[in-house]
Design a binder for this molecule. Structure first.
Ligand code: NAD
Ligand code: DAU
Length: 354
């Protein structure tokens, strides 16, 4: 069995579904079910004995220790985190608590479990920490993409908290010998993405006839990766990654935000044209920029390709088409996640501009 934390969130739930589609090894899924966690993401696993769901906090050492003793996982994949940069700007407390303090408690509980394992199991055990390219800071337009050697220069409360958690993971290996792996991935998109992030927000706002709020000049660059490709990268690193190494994961797909938004509009114009015959691009609205907004991220993913033979399977064209179709086909999921709390967030963040 493996323990997945944060497996009811966007990437975590895609990972659990993907894992059980590729293997019969059971998953123990520990998730606090914050606003970003959604049991419905795992509906397909209802009644599947290979999936054990527990609602709880990675920072609850007693609970985590009990779960580890009872289920004896051979690996932990840690997705659990507060993940939205804009929320970290409005209030960083939960980010510090989960991403830093929570990761510390999780590492301690896992270390206790690992030390109790018989020697062969101890040697095979892995703690895979899922991190982000944002820990490397921002690139100028001409700078080479981030390699694993790039200095950590986090700029937002979110990325600083993720950087801190990466450092803890590194230290728990260096000092205590815990067999860790770290992945630093670029921006994901795909099914089950909570509509507070750029791509799903633009799709659901477009369909609702609302403004499409582009921050600043819309020329910030991100490197987009289809979520299924991130899942296959994590599976591969867990299987064959070298202990204590970090692997950058990216889509070789840098695009400015405004191009992403225009692509979504063009797909919707094709697949669900507006009743008035106008393009969805007429809904694009430039709004005030994100404070401290990183200008460009780009991942150099040659190490994971060279060492582990991983490359993304989707191009941006195939991935974004699948994604838009998924949102068109899953209007009930969208309606359900747009609860009162979601509406409060949109009101606070966009103040009428979305
Ligand atoms: P998400 O916000 O969609 O999901 C996070 C999940 O963690 C939720 O289900 C939430 O309930 C759970 N969680 C939060 N605090 C918890 C706690 N204290 N204990 C247990 N569970 C808790 O995030 P995501 O986009 O799926 O990202 C998952 C991980 O991948 C994060 O660590 C994030 O930093 C990293 N990452 C995300 C991206 C991206 O583009 N989304 C890219 C690179 C790395
Ligand atoms: O790079 C990996 C990171 O990608 C992950 O670590 C984070 O968890 C994930 O949220 C994501 O962070 P970003 O800040 O890049 O993602 P977001 O979707 O919030 O924004 C993408 C870009 O779009 C960014 O430049 C800000 C811009 N944006 C975002 C929103 C929500 C807008 O222009 N308008 C918006 O309304």
């Amino acid at each position: 069995m493996i323990l997945v934390t944060g497996g009811a969130g966007f990437i975590g739930s895609n990972f659990v579904l993907d894992w059980l589609a590729h293997s019969d090894e059971p998953v123990l899924n520990l998730d606090k079910l914050t606003y970003a966690g959604n049991r419905r993401n795992l509906d397909r696993l209802e009644g599947d004995a290979r999936h054990v769901f527990v609602q709880g906090d990675i920072g609850d050492t007693g609970l985590v220790a009990r779960l580890l003793a009872e289920h004896r996982p051979r690996a932990v994949v840690n997705f659990a985190a507060e993940s939205h940069v804009d929320r970290s700007i409005l209030g960083a407390g939960d980010f510090i608590q989960t991403n830093i303090v929570g990761t510390f408690h999780l590492l301690e509980a896992v270390r206790g479990h690992w030390l109790d394992l018989p020697e062969a199991e101890r040697a095979a055990f892995r703690f895979l920490h899922v991190s982000t390219d944002e820990v490397y800071g921002s690139l100028t337009p001409e700078a080479p993409a981030f390699t694993e050697q790039h200095a950590y220069e986090p700029n937002s409360p979110y990325s600083a908290s993720k950087a801190a958690s990466d450092h803890l993971v590194r230290a728990w290996h260096h000092t205590h010998g815990l067999p860790v792996l770290t992945t630093n991935c670029s921006n994901n998109y795909g099914p089950l993405h909570f509509p507070e992030k750029l791509i799903p927000l633009m799709i659901v706002n477009a369909l609702a006839g609302k403004p499409l709020p582009v921050y600043g000049d819309g020329m910030q660059v991100r490197d987009w990766l289809y979520v299924g490709d991130h899942c296959s990268a994590i599976r591969r690193v867990l299987e064959a990654g070298r202990v204590a190494e970090t692997y950058n994961v990216g889509g070789w797909n840098e695009k400015p935000n405004i191009e992403i938004v225009r692509t979504i509009c063009a797909l919707l114009d094709e697949l669900r044209p507006r009743a008035d015959g106008q393009s969805y691009t007429t809904q694009i609205t430039y709004v005030k920029d994100r404070p401290g907004h990183d200008r460009r991220y780009a991942i150099d993913a040659r190490k994971i390709e060279r060492e582990l033979g991983w490359r993304p399977a989707e191009t941006f064209d195939t991935g974004i088409r699948k994604t838009v179709r998924w949102y068109l086909d899953n209007a009930d999921w969208v309606a359900e996640v747009q609860s009162g709390a979601y509406r409060e967030w949109v009101k606070a963040q966009y103040q009428g501009a979305a």
